[in-house]
Design a protein. Structure first.
Length: 395
């Protein structure tokens, strides 16, 4: 029996998508003979409010040992996010917390926007050190009630708590929001950013579902969850940026109405398994006629998941990625495929370029131009219509 839905309390869950046993995200092999670690990845959804969660009892990632950087992944809309935040909570000496501060790149932007008292909250030891090296005060711990109480004792209440792309990673999202609320002054502001559930469900971008995303939120069930934590939404915005679709909520302490999830979204959840199976089968049918060799772009988790979930990893001959931690190694998708740099990939003159660098359109154009007319460029999502407020149409 699954646990009750944390957003609406409904006691039953319905299957959303079972992606099977797959190589763990971020796994790169030293040789094609090495066997990767695997994980089971399956999702369910609440039939009442549409909250998506991993099935079973997924373990929260041990972020204390993670070593990542976000300086290259600040979306273009971050400037609009800061502008809208400043309209609700003007820059000054009020305490600003960044939950999941990573390497401090976002706190750099907050500093330039005029927020003078800044504190990062980051469980990764390596990222907390990088954040401190940028000149920011940082608490090297996850945000929970104990951490929140310690922050209030030492620094006082917060004027703003930023929580960007963190809530989907934690096993207790309600507890995280309650801890954020405990940090806030009575007139404080929470800025909550997370992926929008319409992207994988209505838009078929199933590659956005990965082992570290324990929950995926629709705006209606996220507003319900905020209300349970004692926070009322005062503004909300959805942002489409390159290969992503995100939502941002601004909320203050208080209670508000709990909105219903649109029936069209619930229907899209029920139909997702069949729609994605048809989409993937169509791609595999087209791939049978692609000239070889085939190069795919990007070895990050979203590109790896796309190749795994669609089955197109079987036709890819090499993967382009300039990250020195990936180049020269092998990515299991699920068969091991070599990862090579952009220049080498262009020099090898692949006959088909699979445009899987979803969040990097400039890089995609660079590679396409480098190959010229010698390669067939394939945009796998060309023609996939979707409605962010409801169900996507069958591709």
């Amino acid at each position: 029996m699954p646990a009750p839905c944390i957003a609406c309390g409904h006691e039953a869950a319905a299957p959303l998508l079972d992606l099977g046993d797959i190589p763990a995200s971020g796994v790169f092999l030293e040789s094609p003979d090495q066997a990767p670690a695997t994980v089971r990845l399956a999702y369910a959804f609440c039939p009442v409010c549409g909250l998506i969660r991993q099935r079973g009892a997924p373990a929260e990632t041990a972020y204390a040992g993670a070593d990542r950087a976000t300086a290259r992944r600040q979306f273009a809309y971050v400037h609009d996010l800061l502008r809208r935040t400043a309209a609700l909570a003007p820059p000054g000496d009020g305490l600003v917390l960044d939950v999941g501060a990573n390497d401090g790149a976002f706190l750099d932007l907050a500093a330039r926007a005029g927020y003078r008292r800044r504190l990062g909250v980051e469980p990764s030891r390596a990222c907390a050190a990088a954040c401190a090296a940028r000149g920011h005060a940082v608490v090297a711990a996850p945000l929970d009630r104990d951490t929140a109480a310690g922050i209030r004792r030492e620094h006082g209440p917060a004027a703003i708590v930023f929580c960007r792309h963190t809530i989907e990673h934690v096993a207790d999202p309600l507890g995280l929001l309650e801890a954020a609320a405990a940090c806030l002054a009575p007139d404080g502001l929470l800025v909550l950013e997370t992926p929008h559930a319409a992207w994988p469900v209505a838009g078929l971008r199933v590659h956005e579902l990965w082992q570290e995303h324990l929950f995926v939120f629709h705006p209606a069930n996220l507003a319900r969850l905020l209300d349970r934590a004692g926070l009322a939404v005062v503004a909300a915005e959805a942002y489409r940026h390159d290969g992503t679709f995100d939502q941002v909520f601004w909320a203050r302490p208080g209670l508000a109405a709990r909105p219903d999830t649109p029936p069209a979204f619930l229907e899209a959840c029920r139909a997702l398994g069949g729609r994605f199976a048809a989409f993937a089968a169509g791609l595999r049918h087209r791939a049978a006629g692609w000239p070889r060799p085939v190069a795919a772009m990007g070895a990050a988790h979203v590109q790896a998941h796309f190749l795994l979930f669609t089955g197109l990893g079987a036709v890819v001959d090499h993967i382009l990625d300039d990250d020195p931690r990936k180049r020269g190694r092998w990515l299991p998708v699920p068969r091991p495929v070599p990862v090579i740099g952009t220049a080498e990939g262009i020099a090898r003159a692949p006959a088909t370029l699979l445009e899987t660098a979803f969040a990097y359109p400039d890089w995609t154009r660079q590679v396409r131009e480098g190959l010229g007319s010698a390669a067939v460029a394939v945009d796998p999502y060309a023609g996939v219509a979707w409605d962010p407020d409801g169900a996507g149409r069958k591709p």
